[in-house]
Design a protein around this ligand. Structure first.
Ligand SMILES: [Cu+2]
Length: 127
């Protein structure tokens, strides 16, 4: 009986080690998915998700915007002043559209949603 009890116990130990392993895998996947498997900006309420996207030079940044939202690149000054003045040669994704842009400079790109300023704005930090 003792031997059987020991076997049952070690079986449950193995199962819990296995479950902990799965849990860690799920948690680490969630962390990886902060920016998604690719760099994707989505909208949630009156906000861009993520508010700060970190990526590398030459990465493709995808936008998947909800119906009432656009994404207009602005200067840092206009970003801070909540002014939706499009940056000349900046990226622009229209209302509810999907699109992408490829950052060509290591810098911070600032962008806003025109109707939802001052709350709806975000940054793309290119390293
Ligand atoms: Cu918006």
């Amino acid at each position: 009986m003792y031997v059987l009890g020991f076997q049952v116990k070690s079986f449950f130990m193995k199962i819990s080690v296995y479950l902990i392993g799965i849990l860690f895998a799920i948690v680490s996947c969630t962390k990886e998915d902060i920016n998604g498997p690719v760099n994707t900006v989505t909208t949630f309420g009156h906000g861009f998700e993520p508010a700060a996207l970190y990526c590398n030079l030459g990465d493709t940044v995808y936008f998947d915007l909800g119906g009432g939202h656009n994404a207009i690149e602005v200067s840092e000054a206009d970003y801070n002043a909540n002014n939706a003045a499009p940056l000349s040669d900046g990226f622009q994704i229209d209302f509810g559209e999907s699109g992408f842009f490829v950052p060509s400079e290591s810098k911070i790109y600032y962008y806003v949603c025109t109707p939802h300023l001052p709350e709806m704005k975000a940054r793309i930090i290119v390293e």
